[in-house]
Design a protein around this ligand. Sequence first.
Ligand code: P1T
Length: 386
Amino acid sequence: MKFETAAVHVGEEPVFSEGGSGDVVIPIHLSSTFAREDVSAPPRGYEYSRSGNPTRHALEKKLAVIENAHFGLAFSSGLAAETTVALTLLKKNDHVVAFDDLYGGTRRLFNHVFQENFGVRFSYVDARDPENINAGLRKNTRFVWLESPTNPLIRLCDIREIVKIAHEEDIPVIVDNTFASPFFQHPLLLGADIVVHSTTKYINGHSDSIGGAVMLSDENLYRRIRFNQNTAGAILSPFDSFLVARGIKTLALRMERHGKNALAVARYLESHDKVDTVNYPGLRSHPQHTLAKKQMDGFSGMISFEIKGGKTAALRFLRALKIFALAESLGGVESLIEHPATMTHASVPKKEREKVGVTDSLIRISAGIENVDDLIADLEQAFGEV
Ligand code: P1T
């Protein structure tokens, strides 16, 4: 099945046998526990909803298929997914190499929980050059952690090249594919071992559910992560599982529009005299445009740019917008805008943040699926207030 077909049908096949009512949409199974027919009888598929739930299970099948994986697991947030993967693979005093441009919350998790509490060391490197990953590897490196495109600087790394380097040392590569979405980028097909997502973003797509996902094909690793999904317990609820499964059905349609709108907005920004730099992989001016064309099937909906006039201009501009909501998060049908330095990346110390390039002038846009003329008109009137 092709992506669009699988996204609609997998996990939601109508059931007629054993009293099934032929639902074309997966029912929301709210039961927290499942009765057995007799004390000596085995469970009839499900036992207790933390360990397994039919609605979540249906979603997990869909998640696997859209990411070209054998297995999918659904978690209560993107960070819960990340935490569960990390605690499966790490022991105290281990080492990780990670891209130096990451979602601020991921860095906070790594530094303030895994490093401070368990002595895990993190080397943050500029993964735009795969050689920096190579140079960062140590004897006790347990995995390489990548985002591509990154949050918020929309930088890319060559996943295939980095996989080659890491696999020579038998080190797995984990890719947070949230910004690209499974529609535009397929890290497992590029050789990565594990994909994580904040389903809160494009996968659910309607800004009404917090969730996370892990997709992979190695059965042994899957069993270990699933063990910790149940043991640590950060599972996605049945209602959220239903919402995410519903969101996935329109993922292809939404991503096409997000990509189209973002390209038009990025081109508009690039031509504006109050804008310094625009970061969008679909622009020819993006230093990694060639890699983006090779590695991705589209450029997704995330843009960042630096406004002339520093923080004062940035804040004035943000206050003047009417259609773009000033909010953290991304990937929903509505356009959002935010100031990484004071919002999504406020937990990253100023010095570290600025070293990577997250300046006070940086503004991040999540282009929604509205009519792009309205979006550009809103940006235009806000620039008029700067
Ligand atoms: O918010 P949560 O579902 O826990 O997902 C965390 C997360 C993981 N990975 C990436 C790339 C992310 O962008 C996020 C969350 N990001 C935001 C809330 C944001 O506005 O950037």
